[in-house]
Design a protein around this ligand. Structure first.
Ligand SMILES: NC(=O)CCC(=O)C(=O)O
Length: 297
């Protein structure tokens, strides 16, 4: 069996309380990331839209320009804060997501940036499935009114550890992304996300555990803390699921950090005990990780 996770890894998910002031949010991010690093985390994850409120009315106001890369500090204060913070924390840092403005096309995206402990940008993911839903009397949301979707599956190599799959929030509802990343060797699927108080109780944990057990990999879901004064009420409940779909840690709705210790043995034990990994019937149905699959870092 291939070794997916080369050495044990402490993961931290920061369920951040952020508000309308981007500069204050970035300063608060620094405090929380350094707290997680001090506790020994070498992979630290922030939530979706970690430096702004979440909502279609906010995307253009808070958008930053990432291209051409690297952007200037004026174009993207978040890029520079995250890069410097990864160095200071000596950790891999998944920068949740920020609204991105692509200057040439003038399109907006919901984009995650990943930095190595040297401060280098090692991966980006533009949310591939936009959050367009309508549950009458409960929640109507249409990201596609403002955002455009990304067009790739994102797998990022952390050289000392192994590969992670990265996608954003609503992407978790589409098992194909997870399956492709897992079959290409990811040990962990990371989803910065901001479910809400309607769909969160219904599906957040279920989807996290489902992606874990489908693929026998770790899954991390990282939400903002709930702010009842905001227009969108995030569910919170950041959690880590094991390859056997056990919840290794889960928060409530308040700001906090959840930690989990990941190791390769847990993946192997899960796969040896229930060997669906070797029992697939690609003579009966197609392997979604083969053929016309668009993968990028
Ligand atoms: N930010 C999002 O994509 C929210 C997704 C969500 O709440 C869901 O139910 O799916």
């Amino acid at each position: 069996m291939a070794t997916l996770l080369k050495k044990p890894l402490k993961l931290a998910l920061i369920q951040l309380a952020s508000g309308a002031d981007k500069t204050a949010n970035l300063s608060h991010v620094r405090t929380k990331v350094l707290e997680a690093a001090k506790a020994g985390a070498s992979l630290i994850v922030l939530p979706e839209c970690f430096n702004s409120p979440y909502g279609t009315q906010y995307f253009s106001k808070y958008a930053e320009t990432l291209l051409p890369s690297p952007p200037t500090r004026e174009q993207s204060p978040s890029y520079h804060t995250l890069s410097e913070l990864a160095i200071e924390a000596k950790s891999y840092l998944v920068g949740g997501s920020i609204p991105e403005l692509e200057p040439e096309s003038k399109k907006y995206y919901n984009t995650s940036l990943v930095f190595s402990p040297t401060g280098a940008l090692i991966g980006t993911h533009r949310k591939t499935h936009l959050f367009d839903i309508d549950i009458p009397g409960k929640i109507t949301f249409k990201e596609s009114e403002v955002l455009s979707p990304g067009n790739k599956i994102t797998i990022i190599n952390l050289p000392e550890y192994g590969k992670i799959g990265l996608a954003i929030c609503y992407d978790v509802r589409f098992p194909e992304l997870a399956m492709v990343a897992a079959r290409k060797g990811a040990f962990l699927l990371v989803y910065p996300g901001a479910f809400n108080t309607t769909t969160g109780p219904m599906h957040w944990s279920l989807l996290g555990r489902a992606r874990a057990v489908d693929n026998q990999v770790y899954v991390a879901l990282c939400s903002p803390a709930r702010d009842i004064k905001a227009t969108y009420h995030a569910y919170g409940h950041s959690l880590v699921a094991s390859p056997n779909a056990d919840i290794l840690g889960e928060l409530d709705e308040k700001e906090d950090i959840v930690y989990a210790d990941l190791n390769n043995e847990t993946i192997e034990t899960s796969r040896k005990g229930i060997p669906v990994y070797t029992q697939r019937r690609f003579d009966v149905y197609p392997d979604v990780s083969e053929g016309n699959v668009v993968i990028g870092e």
